[in-house]
Write a protein that binds this ligand. Structure first.
Ligand SMILES: Cc1cc2nc3c(=O)[nH]c(=O)nc-3n(C[C@H](O)[C@H](O)[C@H](O)COP(=O)(O)OP(=O)(O)OC[C@H]3O[C@@H](n4cnc5c(N)ncnc54)[C@H](O)[C@@H]3O)c2cc1C
Length: 379
């Protein structure tokens, strides 16, 4: 489907595919098994412009578009889904809202370090009792003089351990639910801020998932992002873009599953022939390839719509829903084609299956994507 890409996008795809195969692939096992955060890769991706790919050069970005971002996250995730989400959460969930909703001063202060990857970003919306119902946030922010005092705790912040810049949502008018939430930019060295529990996870083990504790965390008034009580809208718009990143991550896992399944089915012999000769295997591969291409087209369309300045909220939900379910489908079939060996750690199939599952959960579960899509269809 490269014919849908511009010459610049094709070149980018080739460059990242080569880099990912040479530099990320050899580390992917270590990243998974040792829960290793690939600091050296993040640094190199920063130097290559990938950590700020879709943002203007005046703030230190690479000045490319969201289709390019979508391509980059897929190519990275083809080899390592942990690295894919490190880039995606940083870019979509932190750089994007600061770029879109930040004051000029905030952009000049935060974007150059973030877009170059010198600093990592993390986004904190979820809480123990505010998951899919993210408007139920209990963390509060109270204005005292010229400072916001934030109290509460957040859960599941991707990049939470390594990040030095957080976009965090807190209630500034408790009782008003979504109409009383505001967004803040918080530096990790702010007094009253600390990291709590780090989750041990089924997959994407190189990406940290942290609890964030805010105990009278004092944030300067100028770190409010956007208008007071308008933060929930910022979060929802941010998640639209985030879903493109997760769709791309899921597509990378799906492609890895398809490629490994094809290679294995040609090499593995049973009944004196490659298992690829059996129609049962051929049909699995046909289904995987067809589902992948359908999902890719949805992801490309939503990214293109974002580039065109169109409202792409429903299309982003469709892209994320489809790609995440296709990732799990393809990873499952890949493991099946590997037979008993696929169930062992000697092959990558089991990692793909573990990594794929989270794409159906974060940045809105598949049920929530269906809710978003059906609301648009039924309005
Ligand atoms: C590894 C990981 C990384 C994450 N990274 C981040 C991050 O960086 N920042 C952040 O803020 N959050 C993050 N999250 C949180 C993630 O977005 C939430 O876990 C997710 O939105 C679901 O919320 P929940 O876990 O509370 O599930 P719940 O909301 O409790 O859902 C439980 C089940 O009920 C279903 N359900 C809930 N409401 C409805 C409904 N109205 N209709 C139908 N079904 C429904 C859900 O689909 C799900 O199947 C991360 C989570 C994980 C596991």
């Amino acid at each position: 489907m490269d014919y849908l890409l511009t010459e610049e996008q094709k070149m980018l795809k080739e460059t990242i595919a080569k880099y990912a195969q040479e530099r990320i692939a050899p580390l992917a096992d270590k990243i998974d098994k040792e829960h290793y955060f690939p600091e050296e890769i993040v640094k190199e991706l920063g130097e290559m412009g990938i950590m700020g790919i879709a943002y203007p050069s005046e703030y230190g970005g690479a000045g490319m578009d969201f289709v390019s971002y979508f391509i980059a996250v897929e190519e990275i995730s083809r080899w390592c889904a942990s690295t894919g989400v490190i880039v995606s959460a940083h870019s979509s969930l932190v750089c994007d809202p600061i770029f879109r909703f930040g004051t000029e001063e905030q952009k000049r202060k935060y974007l150059p370090d973030l877009l170059s990857g010198r600093k990592i970003g993390s986004f904190s919306l979820t809480e123990a009792s505010a998951g899919s119902d993210s408007g139920a946030t209990k963390t509060t922010a109270r204005l005292e003089g010229d400072k916001w005092v934030i109290n509460g705790s957040k859960l599941f912040a991707t990049n939470g351990k390594e990040a030095s810049v957080f976009v965090l949502l807190a209630s500034t008018d408790p009782g008003q639910k979504t109409k009383g939430i505001s967004a803040f930019i918080i530096d990790s060295d702010t007094p009253g801020y600390r990291i709590g529990k780090l989750e041990k996870k089924l997959g994407i083990r190189g990406s940290s998932t942290a609890e964030i504790i805010l105990d009278n965390c004092v944030v300067p008034q100028e770190n409010l992002l956007g208008e007071v009580n308008k933060g929930f809208k910022i979060a929802m718009i941010t998640l639209d873009g985030g879903r493109l990143g997760i769709a791309a991550q899921a597509l990378g896992i799906a492609r890895a599953s398809i490629e490994d399944a094809i290679n294995y089915s040609k090499e593995r012999h049973q009944f004196d022939q490659p298992i690829a000769n059996f129609q049962a295997i051929q049909w699995m591969i046909a289904d995987m390839a067809t589902e992948y291409q359908a999902a890719w087209l949805l992801g490309w369309r939503a990214s293109k719509m974002k580039d065109m300045g169109l409202n792409y909220s429903t299309e982003a939900a469709m892209a994320k829903l489809k790609a995440s379910e296709v990732a799990s489908f393809c990873a499952n079939k890949c493991l099946q084609i590997h037979g008993g060996y696929g169930y062992t750690e000697d092959f990558r199939a089991e990692r793909y299956l573990r990594d794929a599952k989270i794409t159906e959960i974060y940045e809105g579960t598949s049920e929530i994507q269906r809710l978003v899509i059906s609301r648009a269809m039924l309005k």
